[in-house]
Design a protein around this ligand. Sequence first.
Ligand code: SAM
Length: 243
Amino acid sequence: MSFIDSFNQLSKTPSFLRSGRMFSFHLFLFKKIAREISLKLNLKKEDKILDVGSGTGDITQYIFPCSSITLSDNAPSALFIARQKKFFCPTDFKIVDLNKKLDFPNNQFSAVICYSVIHYLDNYNSLEKLFFELIRTTSPGGRILIGDIPLRDKYEANLKHRQSRPIINFIKNIQYYIKKETTNFFYRFYKINTAPSSLVITKPLLESILKNTPEIRRFSFLKQSSSLPFSDSREDLIIEKCL
Ligand SMILES: C[S@@+](CC[C@H](N)C(=O)[O-])C[C@H]1O[C@@H](n2cnc3c(N)ncnc32)[C@H](O)[C@@H]1O
């Protein structure tokens, strides 16, 4: 079972499950995430946007302002669901495998979104190549948001903190346990086969890849709003391409 098989299966489940996120009680979650992405990318109405690993477009449908959006993913069932949605600007849809060279011309998009995706790549070599490809397809001065990155170093520090103060963190620990068990329950209920474990990503790893990627003007890691379900272990990375 590959990740793509899992996401094809997940796309046929209700929206609270199908992007592969752990179950959480958060009304308007997708709108909230889209708002954060738009602000962090400083989107403008003339922006041509590429969303790589867009899935079913649950977040992309709330992305604005924009001039056009290309949704791309390797799960055909997810893109099938995305095609039925309404978006704020003209859209097109493309099957892409992020482990390979992207079938887009150089300098095509002024803003690129890659949200909650990079840990599903095949290996670290693919990860390095993806950074290169995202820069290649972005226009000079364009911005890339690699978002919702599960940072293992941050997760472990947070886990250690929670375990060292079990009483103060009692509610947090219980909440986490309930989310995990509820997610597992729904996965069993919808007969979702889970893929093998994803890539371990850390900030030093990403920083070393960024150093070796040409044409990066600057980059920064940004915290997520504390109301997002995994803000204590995930961050967003903003990259600006040289002019
Ligand atoms: C957790 S979902 C995120 C979907 C969407 N970006 C969101 O945040 O709701 C991960 C998405 O990455 C896609 N994906 C994983 N590996 C991929 C690959 N090698 N090529 C293209 N898409 C991939 C999956 O099909 C899935 O739709």
